[in-house]
Design a protein around this ligand. Structure first.
Ligand SMILES: [Zn+2]
Length: 84
């Protein structure tokens, strides 16, 4: 997944290049695993650490999940990302 997304945050397009030449990025579940969320393509967002925490702790509203897109408003800012 991370490689497929070019190690780029799906919210802000940030990439984090490490000294060893690899990239650092995080995988975030839309539906948490603790609530039965799966490790599937359409349940995982690739996010930088900032956006990951924003996603986990921010105020989510207008959450919409279509087959190929996931749309969410967090703290009044709207994000639309591909799930393909
Ligand atoms: Zn980000």
């Amino acid at each position: 997944m991370k490689k497929y997304r070019d190690y780029k945050c799906q919210f802000c397009s940030t990439t984090i290049l490490k000294a060893n030449g690899e990239y650092y990025i995080e995988a975030s579940h839309i539906s948490p695993k603790s609530e039965g969320g799966k490790d599937s393509f359409d349940n995982i967002l690739i996010l930088c650490p900032n956006c990951h925490k924003l996603f986990d702790y921010g105020k989510r509203s207008n959450e919409k999940k279509l087959e190929a897109f996931y749309c969410v408003t967090i703290n009044d800012k709207t994000y639309e990302v591909s799930l393909r």
